[in-house]
Design a protein around this ligand. Structure first.
Ligand code: DGL
Length: 261
């Protein structure tokens, strides 16, 4: 079982931002990455649709031997993680917008959150925001349109520039000092976001925390791979693999395939 891969899934290529943190922290682990690009974006789907998709993705990864699953998608985690944990026997790691560290650290008492509609409207997000950020100003912004542009390798397009300006400028006028990226696709936008918000705002995403938690749970369950050779990585997408190829080109030992699922 220790040799079995860590399974990771997302609505598409965005979860590779989390997957990269995992393989950086756990370089000897084998991984399986499922990019459900055909169904992206999840952010506009109903809770039940998201649950059904997550059950299917998890089943595929488990049938291919995943010993643990990282749900590298805020929208999927905030809507479906409880059901996944109840349905399957293996451990699940989820990802949520990092409101808590931002709310604890802000000096201006104003933070921004950029996430999908599905995440911002979820009960889990409301609960966390209420618990940790009820005494500060939280500017919630839906990132409508960003995920499809990232999926289509259009990070540097004029459409992206205009959307980011529209979403971020109001946050700057509210004097935020922390910006939480609540979608695993958005770390790929950090250079663009920086150009708009400047260097005074701290950007937080959850990749590092998820990788750390994955290591902790694998260790507690005696599932860490003790191989000393670098892990092998199999990535599958149910759509065109051009963007996936582009985003993971610097990672060794990867096989990328377009598969029907
Ligand atoms: N990358 C995902 C997230 O973290 C999903 C984006 C989407 O498919 O709408 O929320």
């Amino acid at each position: 079982m220790k040799d079995n891969p860590i399974g990771v899934f997302d609505s598409g290529v965005g979860g590779t931002s989390i997957w990269k943190e995992i393989i950086h922290r756990l370089p000897n682990e084998n991984t399986l990455y499922l990019a459900d690009s055909k169904n992206a974006p999840y952010g506009n789907k109903s809770k039940q649709e998201i649950i059904d998709i997550c059950l299917k993705n998890s089943e595929i990864l488990i049938n291919k031997g995943a010993k643990i699953i990282v749900v590298a998608c805020n929208t999927a985690t905030t809507n479906a993680i409880d059901i996944l944990r109840k349905t399957f026997d293996i451990p699940f790691i989820g990802i949520e917008p990092a409101i808590k560290p931002a709310a604890l650290a802000t000096l201006t008492k104003a933070i921004g959150i950029l996430a999908t509609k599905g995440t911002l409207s979820s009960d889990l997000f409301h609960k966390t925001a209420k618990e940790f950020a009820s005494n500060i100003l939280v500017i919630e912004q839906e990132g409508t349109g960003l995920v499809p542009l990232i999926e289509n390798n259009l990070v540097d397009s004029i459409e992206m520039e205009l959307l980011l300006q529209k979403y971020l400028k109001p946050m700057i006028s509210h004097n935020i000092d922390y910006l939480v990226l609540g979608c695993s696709h958005y770390p790929y936008l950090i250079p663009k976001i920086r150009e708009i918000i400047g260097n005074k705002v701290t950007i937080i995403d959850s990749g590092f925390a998820v990788a750390k938690q994955t290591e902790k749970i694998l260790s507690e369950q005696l599932l860490l791979n003790d191989n000393i050779t670098p892990g092998e990585h199999y990535l599958m997408s149910n759509s065109n693999i051009n963007t996936l190829n582009h985003l993971v080109k610097e990672i060794d030992n990867t096989t990328i395939e377009q598969v029907n699922f």
